[in-house]
Design a protein around this ligand. Sequence first.
Ligand code: FES
Ligand code: FES
Length: 168
Amino acid sequence: MTASRVPDGPVHEPIALTVNDRPCSPAVDPDVPLLYVLRNDLGLKGTRFGCGLGLCGACTVLVDGQPRTSCDLPVGAVRGSRITTVDGLAGEDGLAPLQEAFVAGGAGQCGFCLSGILMAATALLTREPDPDDATIRSALEPNICRCGVQPRVLRAIRDVVEARRAKG
Ligand code: FES
Ligand code: FES
């Protein structure tokens, strides 16, 4: 009697993406959430899993510049898109100004929410370089922080806005 062979898993077509300015083509099930592909297939661990239901904002990434929760977004739905994660925020010169401001202002406690908040704030400051407090609050509304650092987050974003204003 010959041993039965374990069947191979399904073969998936590569899905073309650009992640943090690098083209890649993970061969994954198109129904798998983008978050899992980022973390498990591409090794980008900065984006966090919170609720898994699109409710907390911890997994927020930018898809073609727009903030999207990645836990409930099938990777097949973003084929061909430009994805930016918190892992891609820092440049060759170091942390992005928003990251610097968060560090300087102690805008974080456990830090679990911060990847998502940084991405939502990055999207905001790209589309609206000089937002008022109400606009900042509204942009961050989908991002929940259970540690209550929202006042410090607001201050850090304001610091970036004011530094930009000062530069003209
Ligand atoms: S983990 Fe995606 S919204 Fe909570
Ligand atoms: S710093 Fe802990 S959840 Fe926001």
